[in-house]
Design a protein around this ligand. Structure first.
Ligand SMILES: [Zn+2]
Length: 358
């Protein structure tokens, strides 16, 4: 592994990714990247490896570290270690089909789903690596270029501006919601917007989708939220409505094989002070309610907030209101469970307008 200054030292282009520069540096001197550095620079770089590269290239370590995504806050590069929740692509690598084959240069920010366009060429990036299989360059229209320009500024601002970091986090959550529900009709986007690969879009979760055109379509759909809180609220409202009514929005991967372990014996949880006799009474009550749910069709909405026994009309004595309200909540939750749902106590209390039990 060379630690001395290499004879041929190409210029580190502004905005170039470190792995792109290291590869060009090695090839310019007739070396493989693994002869320069023991491992490829896929994600980041340690200080020790940066010093090796610095000695070989003559560039300061600080300048080399600027060529990595570590210069960005977690709102952009994701959480430490896993890189979840940010904009960093997970596994996929994007290239420009026009300028990368000519120059060998890959931009640092092309590893972020915020930038699916080569701004220099004005065309979509691609996942393809060989010229034989690469699709024809697809030109991005003016509206998309404007969105990408705004996102470039926003990305840089996150380094110093808390508001910009909050905006990118909100935009990230909105893009996940849109990606899970986007189709040909929704959300509204310009007529020249790129086509969406639905499977790729649905894969946008902890990590962004890996298809540049799909990412561009989602960004274009989410762009109005950057300037209009009302548009953001509308997208969130419509997105969640569509999510609730979707039968299957997230394709689940096939389960991985896991060694089977012996199933522990099931035990029923018992609260302190809740005896076996109490459990038997609750089981009896559940069985009775189950019959009422089946035959006359008892539903949670039939449970009154405050039950009156005969002779207590119009209202029972105020001393029993709290106990009756708590009983109504418990009854509501039991019937909800028997009819296939579960409603939290707070939700029940809000619906029925009764105070929470203390
Ligand atoms: Zn390009």
């Amino acid at each position: 592994m060379p630690a001395d200054l290499l004879p041929v030292r190409p210029h580190l282009v502004d905005g170039e990714a470190l792995h792109s520069y290291a590869t060009r540096l090695a090839h310019a001197n007739g070396l493989a990247l693994t002869e320069l550095l023991a491992r490829p620079l896929n994600v980041g770089i340690t200080t020790a490896r940066a010093r090796i590269l610095s000695a070989a290239s003559g560039l300061p370590v600080e300048q080399l570290l600027e060529a990595t995504l570590d210069r960005y806050p977690p709102a952009i590069r994701g959480t430490a270690g896993t890189h979840r929740g940010g904009w960093r692509l997970h596994g996929a690598k994007w290239y420009c089909p026009r300028c990368t084959p000519l120059t060998g240069i890959i931009r640092r920010d092309w590893a972020l789903a915020l930038h699916p366009i080569c701004r220099g060429c004005g065309i979509f990036l691609t996942r393809e690596t060989t010229p034989e299989t690469a699709p024809a360059p697809q030109v991005a229209d003016r509206e998309l270029l404007d969105v990408v320009d705004a996102l470039l500024v926003l990305t840089e601002d996150t380094r110093t501006n808390r508001q910009a970091r909050a905006t990118t986090r909100r935009l990230s959550r909105l893009c996940v919601l849109i990606a899970q529900t986007i189709d040909d009709q929704w959300p509204h986007r310009p007529a020249k917007a790129p086509l969406v690969e639905v499977t790729a879009a649905r894969g946008w979760g902890c990590y962004p989708a890996e298809d540049p055109a799909t990412v561009a379509a989602v960004l274009l759909a989410a762009a109005p939220a950057l300037t209009s809180p009302a548009a953001e609220r509308e997208l969130i409202r419509d997105g969640y409505t569509r999510l609730r009514h979707a039968t299957s929005v997230v394709p689940r991967p096939a389960p991985r094989y896991r060694p089977t372990r012996p199933t522990p014996a099931r035990t029923r949880a018992m609260l302190p002070g809740f005896t076996t006799a109490d459990r038997e009474r609750l089981d009896w009550l559940s069985a009775q309610l189950g019959r009422l749910v089946t035959v006359p069709g008892l539903r949670p909405r039939h449970i009154p907030a405050l039950a009156c026994l005969p002779g207590e009309e119009p209202l029972p004595d105020s001393g029993v209101w709290s106990a009756r309200a708590n009983a109504a909540i418990a009854l509501y939750m039991l019937v909800s469970g028997l009819t296939g749902g579960f409603v939290a106590v707070g939700f029940v209390a809000r619906i029925e307008g009764v105070p929470l039990p203390v």
